[in-house]
Design a protein around this ligand. Structure first.
Ligand code: ADP
Length: 932
């Protein structure tokens, strides 16, 4: 390979490097301009400024870069080590100050001036430098001007070598270039005119991912350019080789590594010529910018993301100068929060402050001042309100963060402002709710305290003994009322075991109850007798679960109740006995659930077993005689409908078939609301009474019969006269008829008379027959006036004999009564005969008056009056007493029998005073059947 000397190569590299740097700068500017920056400092990218010193830093020789005045801009690591300084401390120093001797220093200054002015391009001088530790070091400094594209001097480069090394200048140069070539972090590549790679440095091999030996001799374009641009670049190269165009100093293209990866490389090319100035190839320096491009892409994306975020988040983002005086950026939320356009804040950075609520402004300013003075201990600003022109306001909360540069100086402030109006309102609401809650809690606590106090007072004031024990019986609390209810003696003290204090006889029920309640958590109670102060008393213990593991015992004195119960039981037994003896049972019929309750006596009367008899109304009805069931149903229905007490007698059939008579009485019972809930009553076995009454009636009928016979005996004379008279007349008329028939005369008038007389005789005989007949009572409807007339007919003879005037007074011809006709006629004849007897003694004006008149709606009154001497006052009370008579030969049973007969027909007989002018008797008879 033919190429220039190594030192020249180094120069060339330096030049290319500078050029690459410049173009990069230019490229960055273009790049920055292309970036779609909106406004303000967000668009200002934080590119790393200054040169890329990595190349110099990697050099094994001491190199330092100075500006035109000789101030050190950069000293590489080797330079810093040679002088014993930290690298950064050398930056900014005047180079000549490193020179130890004054004379040398002056020479250095002179050389620097000349180099800086561009009067010389390079200069070499031997100097003694002073290290930081004071040691001296002899060096050879080789100055070189750095020039830009227009050949203007832009800086100075010093390559410093310790002169103690005994190497020749030429060797040193070669070695230096060789080292540079090996260590540089750019790809250095020479491509000859045949497109083959003739030189590549180690970094180039790493980039192309192949060994130097493999790469050398390879066709650059065939192996390391992607197909997409291969031919285009090859054509350009060929044109270059033929001198048809000038080399492009800087360009970027994609290359393809040996493993197929595509990388972006920034190139600078320079034409290599031989001694005869023929083009023999190209020297290219390439920098892998793949990552940088990716970084740029990432940065662009970051910017976009920031843009998106800042415009879409609910918070306002802002960027300002470090002193907060200039606003570089506010996100669109500003318009929402402040009600002003974003542009207004760029135009007048203080405008936003005008809308801050005056009460919040001072605190906000103080906080801003602290930050301006460099106190960033607090990121948050005090919360503040922004007042809109319509009077509404928003609560906002701002935070800010300082942005530092490399020198750790604050260059920007960035911040977030959040709308906390809702949060504030929520907080206020929560605060209010909290206050309300607290107030309620306070009220409730006070209420509880009051209730607790009340409960305590109640606990102490309870009339009963109250004990709280645990499950082991240990006394936890007690109200000390009547401890004698559980104790025979000893003290009720908290902590004592209850059963140690209990008398022997009640210890077991207490122990067992407490254990059961503890397990089942169900209340129970038991009664126990106790001798208190020498007296038998009864107590009731109620044991119930209380708080966890605790048991409440309430003991009350139930002696009164207990004694009353005992008394009640006794009374009940007595009542039962009384019922049994009187054959009266009591019953209750619950109309709500249709159930019956019978006392023991009712079961006895009905002859059924309380254990097997189903107590229902139908079951009861089944025991009743079939003929009486309708009567019972009717009575019950009437009682329920009219709420009238009922009283009925009915028959029942006992299981053995015997018939008994029962008198039932019943009435309705109502609850507090006035609703009928039940029917109560009694059932009395009246069989004996019924049978007695039956017998009485039989006796009465017999007596009446006997009495009638007696009356008939008394009337024999009259009756025989009464019978004789028509019979004699019939005989007379018969002989007269015979004569007339013989004479051929009409006898029809005589036949009529004989017929009438026969009827009269027949009536008398029939009457006598019915009087003589022995018959049971028979109630019927009949006209009382007929009965009066036929009775008078029987005694007509006596009446005439005794010259008694008879007067029958009645408003109507018909006066119906419902009674036993024969018995009533017997009563009438008694009364008439007594009247005749009474009047037989008086000399004149004998008058029998019979008056018939209605008495109320249901009765007919028959009054029998005479004009006899009347009844002495002292005798009036004995008139109806049997066997009292004032008559000689009198039986004294007439009136008493009459009363019995009238009452048997449902009527009444009484004496109505008429002492001075005779006696008067009233007979009341029902005019219809009782249940009609
Ligand atoms: P007796 O007629 O057999 O005496 P009564 O029982 O019929 O029995 O009458 C009892 C008594 O009442 C009579 O003895 C008589 O003294 C009195 N007495 C009854 N009717 C009259 C009357 N109309 N006037 C006065 N005294 C009468």
């Amino acid at each position: 390979m033919s190429h220039a000397k190594t030192s020249e190569l180094l120069d060339e590299v330096t030049r290319l490097r500078r050029r690459v740097g410049e173009l990069e700068q230019k490229h960055r500017r273009i790049d920055a301009a292309e970036t779609p920056v909106t406004k303000g400092p967000v668009g200002v990218t934080s590119y790393q400024t200054g040169r890329d010193h990595s190349l110099l830093d990697a050099l094994p020789c001491a190199v330092c870069e100075c500006d035109l005045s000789g101030t050190i801009l950069f000293a590489n690591t080797t330079f810093a080590e040679l002088h014993g300084y930290p690298q950064v401390e050398l930056t900014g120093r005047y180079y000549a100050d490193l020179v130890a001797d004054e004379r040398d220093r002056a020479a250095c200054r002179a050389a620097l001036e000349q180099l800086g002015a561009g009067k010389i391009s390079s200069h070499t001088q031997e100097l003694v430098h002073c290290r930081q530790d004071g040691k001296r070091v002899s060096v050879e400094v080789k100055w070189q001007c750095q020039r830009d594209a227009s050949d203007a001097v832009t800086g100075l480069l010093a390559v410093v070598n310790e002169v103690s090394k005994t190497v020749t200048g030429g060797e040193q140069e070669i070695d230096l270039a060789g080292q540079y070539f090996r260590l540089v972090r750019e790809m250095i590549l020479v491509i000859d005119a045949e497109q083959k790679i003739t030189l590549i440095n180690p970094h180039g091999c790493r980039l192309l991912e192949a060994e130097e030996s493999v790469i050398l001799g390879m066709n650059w374009f065939d192996h390391f350019l992607p197909v997409s641009n291969r031919e285009e670049v090859r054509t350009l190269f060929d044109q270059l080789m033929h001198g048809e165009n000038r080399p492009v100093e800087f360009f970027e293209n994609d290359i393809q590594t040996a493993t197929g990866k595509v990388k972006r490389v920034a190139w600078h090319n320079s034409i290599l010529r031989d001694d005869t100035d023929n083009i023999i190839g190209v020297l290219s320096v390439g920098i892998d910018i793949t990552e940088r491009l990716e970084d740029q892409q990432a940065l662009r994306e970051s910017r976009q993301i920031f843009q998106q975020i800042s415009e879409h988040v609910n918070e306002l983002l802002w960027v300002s100068s470090a002193d907060l005086q200039k606003v570089y950026y506010v996100s669109p939320k500003y318009e929402d929060f402040w009600g002003q356009p974003c542009q207004s804040i760029y135009d007048d950075p203080h405008l936003w402050m005008e809308r801050i609520h005056p009460d919040d402004r001072e605190r906000l300013l103080q906080s801003m001042n602290r930050k301006i003075q460099g106190d960033f201990s607090e990121t948050e600003f005090p919360q503040f309100r922004v007042v809109h022109p319509d009077g509404s306001f928003r609560w906002l909360e701002a935070r800010s963060f300082p942005v530092y540069n490399e020198q750790q100086e604050v260059t920007r402030m960035v911040g977030i402002i959040e709308d906390i109006t809702q949060r504030k309102q929520d907080e206020d609401a929560i605060l209010r709710e909290n206050e309300e809650l607290e107030a309620r809690v306070r009220r409730r606590t006070a209420e509880l305290a009051r209730k607790t106090a009340q409960l305590k007072a109640l606990f102490q004031g309870l009339p009963d003994l109250v004990l709280v024990v645990d499950r082991r019986g240990e006394i936890i609390n007690f109200n000390n009322r009547h401890p004698e209810y559980v104790l025979s003696d000893g003290d009720l003290t908290s902590g004592n075991k209850l059963w140690d204090l209990l008398p022997e006889e009640i210890r077991l029920p207490f122990t067992e109850a407490i254990q059961r309640v503890h397990i089942d958590r169900r209340r129970e109670s038991f009664d126990y007798p106790l001798i208190i102060k020498g007296q038998q008393r009864w107590c009731r213990a109620r044991v119930q679960p209380y708080l966890q593991d605790e048991i409440l015992i309430i003991v009350e004195d139930i002696s009164e109740q207990k004694f009353a119960e005992i008394e009640l039981n006794r009374t009940h037994e007595k009542l039962s006995e009384a019922q049994r003896q009187a054959h009266i049972g009591s019953w209750e019929w619950n109309l709500i659930d249709d159930t019956l309750w019978w006392s023991d006596e009712v079961f006895r009367i009905f002859g059924v077993n309380p254990d097997s008899f189903a107590l229902t109304y139908p079951a009861f009805l089944a025991t009743v005689h079939p003929e009486d069931r309708a009567l019972i149903d009717r009575s019950v229905a009437q009682t329920l409908e009219y709420d009238l007490p009922c009283s009925i007698e009915h028959r029942i059939i006992l299981p053995d078939g015997a018939i008994r008579y029962v008198h039932e009485r019943g009435f309705l019972k109502r609850n507090a609301a006035g609703e009928v809930v039940s029917m109560h009553g009694s059932a009395q076995d009246v069989t004996e009474r019924y049978e007695t009454a039956h017998k009485t009636q039989e006796y009465r009928d017999s007596l009446a019969h006997a009495s009638r016979l007696a009356v008939m005996g008394e009337l024999t004379a009259g009756i025989s006269h009464e019978l004789n008279q028509p019979l004699t007349a019939i005989a007379n008329y018969s002989s007269a008829m015979k004569t007339r028939i013989e004479q051929g005369q009409d006898v029809s008038d005589l036949v009529q008379r004989i017929e009438a007389l026969s009827h009269r005789s027949g009536d008398i005989v029939r009457r006598l027959k019915s009087m003589a007949e022995k018959r049971p009572q028979e109630l019927m409807r009949f006209n009382i006036l007929d009965s009066i007339r036929s009775t008078l007919q029987l005694i007509e003879y006596e009446l005439r004999q005794k010259q008694i005037d008879v007067q029958l007074v009645s408003e109507s011809r018909m006066s119906v009564v419902y009674a036993d006709r024969v018995q009533i006629e017997q009563v009438l004849s008694n009364l008439f005969l007594n009247a005749m007897d009474a009047m037989s003694e008086i000399p004149v004006s004998r008058k029998l008056t019979i008056e018939v008149a209605p008495a109320g709606e249901f009765m007919v009154r028959v009054t029998v009056s005479d004009t006899g001497p009347g009844v002495p006052d002292e005798f009036v009370g004995q008139l109806f007493t049997p066997f009292t008579t004032t008559k000689e030969g009198g039986l004294g049973i007439g009136l008493s029998l009459s009363r019995s007969l009238v009452e048997a027909s449902g009527g009444k007989i009484c004496f109505s005073s008429k002492s001075d002018s005779g006696a008067s008797f009233d007979v009341f008879l029902p005019c219809r059947k009782m249940d009609e």
